[in-house]
Design a protein around this ligand. Structure first.
Ligand code: TXE
Length: 490
């Protein structure tokens, strides 16, 4: 038997063991493979205090924005150089396939580059003030200590869209890796250290919801919480912010519609649908999990999809040939099976998949549920797994109504060759992202986020960096005359 790998937390510039330790399970076997440091209230407090000190004292606040950018460039280069190692760790600890983690982490380096370049483009403004003897301008100052909380899927990516803009803006952070598969973020901390960020600027811990996540979000020195996870946990985060009045940005789940009109290129749409729901084994917040297909092409489209779903290569996540690997946790797989069963009980027809396979690992096959005529819970609730729920429509108006018939509002896809129809759909769909004739494309340049139960705030793009600043307004009187009547507000 090979020895367990041991990981450490990163607090105040030092690699430390947590207050306790827990085992991380390999999702492809269910066996423990590494020991993780569990942060509880005391570790979290030390990390937040270190971040607060680093914000106010020492080297970090003395750096100008260009120098902060240079540190971020160095971090980006290190991420690029270590992308393969990080990818293997993420695959090992979360089950996300190596084909995806290696490409995604190489791209994560570009997110850090984007925000490195932005650091010295965050500008205040001189205001054309309506008073003759005043000079008035605004400064963009760092919002403060940021708590960045991420779930298990795409941890390095979801952390980069928080750490990049926060550092560009001059903030300091405590990053909480998920208790499920924290290895890649704990390893990433070593690159932060190597890049030369002053102690306390970035701290990386992991632990469980109540003892770690909750004590972090309600800590009095935390100014902003950037959270990605489920809506139920987001409610805890918002309640905790009633204590410290921290601002929040919430990137939550979805039940994103994938709309296919009869005039679409069906082969291309089917490939996009496979990417939308089976990539990342469906554990993607933007998963296109509700297929709305025009009635006249439903049978043809489902036949193409079924064939593609059944040809997907299911296997060991570290194998480059694998297309669908295990889910991160057995808990997640069991949640998916329960929701499939409830949907079938409600009348959904299983087109393919739908059964947890025998044997070790958290595997679940690509599954398609035909929900026409069934009030299936799978049409409303997030599976966060490789399960597609299908309904058909006959008119564009019904397609819009179905697309918006959800408590979520993160992403959407529209497949049509009719340009006017595409534009009408773009306007009508209530979601933060509309992909037209494509799906699951992301970029550091493009804002990302949702509405309704999918949360609020945007990650990516220039505006995200501004969200990590607060505006200070400066009034400077230019007159040498004595201040006139002190009882009149001017
Ligand atoms: O996520 P949680 P879970 C959805 C998906 C999934 C469901 C539950 O449907 O089935 O949520 O997943 C930390 N205060 N998504 O339970 O709990 C936790 O430790 C502060 C969608 O695993 O939201 C982890 O680091 N933090 C989704 C992080 O929150 C707390 C991604 C996310 O875990 C906390 C994940 C607390 N009280 C799940 N309790 C997406 N949109 O990508 C837990 N945490």
């Amino acid at each position: 038997m090979t020895a367990m790998r041991r990981f450490q937390a990163y607090i105040d510039g030092a690699f430390v063991d947590g207050e306790a330790r827990f085992a991380s399970l390999d999702p492809s076997t269910g066996e423990p493979w590494a020991e993780m440091p569990e942060a509880r209230e005391a570790d979290v407090d030390r990390a937040v205090r270190a971040a607060d000190r680093a914000l106010r004292e020492g080297e970090w606040p003395k750096l100008n924005a260009t120098q902060r950018g240079k540190l971020l460039y160095r971090l980006a280069d290190l991420v690029a150089a270590k992308a393969q190692d990080l990818a293997e760790l993420e695959t090992r600890d979360t089950g996300k396939i190596i084909r995806e983690t290696s490409a995604q982490i190489a791209y994560v380096a570009d997110y850090y580059r984007y925000y490195a370049g932005l650091a010295d483009k965050i500008e205040g403004a001189v205001l054309p003030i309506d008073k003759p003897d005043m000079e008035v301008w605004t400064r963009r100052e760092p919002i403060g200590v940021v708590a960045a909380i991420v779930p298990w899927n795409s941890q390095l990516f979801l952390a980069a869209v928080k750490i990049g803009p926060a550092l560009a803006a001059g903030c300091t952070l405590v990053v909480k890796a998920s208790e499920d598969g924290p290895a890649p973020l704990l390893a990433f901390a070593r690159l932060v250290h190597e890049a030369g960020f002053p102690a306390g600027v970035v701290n990386v811990v992991t632990g469980f919801g109540p003892a770690c996540g909750s004590s972090l979000t309600r800590h009095p020195l935390v100014a902003h919480v950037a959270f990605t996870g489920g809506p139920e946990t987001a409610r805890h985060v918002v309640r905790a912010s009633a204590e410290n009045l921290a601002s929040t940005s919430l990137e939550l789940g979805g039940k994103s519609p994938f709309v296919v009109f009869a005039d679409a290129d069906l082969e291309s749409a089917a490939n996009a649908q496979v990417a939308a729901i089976f990539a990342a084994t469906g554990q993607s917040c933007v998963a296109g999990s509700r297929l709305l297909v025009e009635q006249s092409v439903k049978d043809r489209f489902l036949a193409i999809l079924k064939e593609k779903a059944e040809r997907v290569a299911i296997g060991a996540p570290l194998d480059m040939a694998t297309e669908v690997g295990p889910l991160c946790t057995a808990r997640q797989r069991d949640h998916i099976q329960r929701l499939v069963d409830r949907s079938a009980d409600a009348g959904a027809r299983i087109v393919t998949g739908g059964r947890t396979p025998e044997g070790p690992g958290n595997y679940y096959p690509p599954t398609i549920l035909d929900c026409d005529g069934a009030d299936a819970p799978g049409l409303k609730e997030e599976f966060f797994g490789p399960v597609l729920s299908v309904v058909s429509f006959e008119t564009e108006a019904v397609a819009v109504a179905l697309a918006n018939d959800t408590a979520f509002g993160l992403a959407s896809g529209v497949f049509t060759t009719n340009l006017a129809k595409a534009h009408r759909m773009v306007r009508a769909i209530r979601a933060g992202i509309v992909w037209v004739n494509t799906y699951r494309a992301v970029s550091p340049i493009a804002p990302f986020g949702g509405t309704k139960l999918s949360g609020h705030g945007r990650e990516g793009g220039l505006a995200a960096a501004l969200d990590y600043t607060r505006t200070k307004t400066v009034w400077l009187r230019t007159s040498d005359d004595p201040i006139p009547d002190p009882f009149v507000m001017r």
